[in-house]
Design a protein around this ligand. Structure first.
Ligand code: HEC
Length: 250
């Protein structure tokens, strides 16, 4: 009896080994892998090129205004999609990620990279950019502009329009007129009652001033933060560069 059961176990193991071998055969069967050569096709490649004059489903970009920001050669001055609060908030989100390092949170062109020496972009609040057709913003994101690289890989068309809408909101935020408010809204503006020492009138905070070409910080090429007075102490990078961080801290 004992010997018989040993043979049974051996039989089962044998069958399993055979099955395993079969699986191995299928695993090693001839098949195509991307970027491997092939002697089947005339061009010697396994991957097939796209068929000429075809467009993948959902990729037909026939809406010129939406996909280029232009109508022929002219930049369009309308939004080719519905602009609502959700779109503007999406634009704010994307703008804060992709544009603020150079253009700053309010678009004055004083982002952190600029303070560290990158070419300073113009403020969005200059007259030329306040009056420019909105298609220009779309085009700059899509194709870049001068020293600015394009963001067409990182930002898809709809988000480019969202950012363009947010830039318009930023521009409005820096140039809003009190007369745009209704008398009721004006009456509800919170007013500071704090008085400057020695003054009879309440303190009115000064509006920030966005110079187009602020003074340079001595020692930091091209760095031009707002509020730095000429002759201020140099705020350059440390004399000895810190040792590069290694490991998980990166
Ligand atoms: C790495 C820095 C950098 C980033 C990030 C950046 N820009 Fe710029 N941008 C510039 C510079 C520099 C200029 C000025 C280029 C020039 O005149 O050579 C510029 C110019 C512009 C202009 C003005 C073009 C004109 O007509 O003068 C617009 C609009 C603009 N950028 C939009 C954007 C938007 C939107 C984003 C985010 C998607 C963005 N930029 C991200 C550096 C940057």
């Amino acid at each position: 009896m004992r010997i018989k059961s040993i043979w049974k176990v051996a039989g089962v193991l044998g069958a399993l080994a055979l099955l395993g071998a079969c699986r191995q055969d299928m695993h090693d069967q001839p098949k195509y892998k991307p970027l491997r050569p092939s002697d089947f096709f005339a061009d010697g490649r396994q991957m097939r090129p796209l068929v000429a004059n075809t467009i993948a489903r959902g990729e037909l970009r026939d809406d010129e205004a939406f996909y280029t920001g232009k109508n022929g050669k002219d930049e369009i001055d309308y939004f080719p999609l519905t602009v609502d609060k959700a779109l503007i908030e999406r634009g704010q989100d994307r703008f804060n990620i992709y544009c603020t390092p150079c253009h700053g949170r309010i678009g004055n062109g004083l982002g952190m990279i600029v303070r560290r020496g990158f070419k300073q972009p113009p403020s969005y609040h200059i007259d030329r950019l306040r009056q420019i057709p909105v298609g220009h913003f779309y085009d700059v994101i899509t194709n870049g502009y001068g020293a600015m690289l394009n963001y067409s890989q990182q930002i898809q068309p709809r988000d480019r329009w969202a950012i363009a809408a947010y830039i318009r909101a930023l521009q409005y935020s820096q140039n809003a007129n009190i007369n745009d408010l209704s008398p009721e809204q004006r009456a509800n503006i919170p007013v500071s009652t704090k008085k400057e020492p020695g003054s009879e009138t309440p303190h009115v905070p000064e509006l920030p001033n966005f110079p187009e070409k602020p003074t340079l910080i001595p020692g930091v090429p091209g760095a031009t933060p707002a509020g730095v007075k000429p002759g201020a102490k140099p705020v350059g990078p440390p004399a000895k560069p810190a040792a590069p961080k290694t490991g998980a801290a990166q």
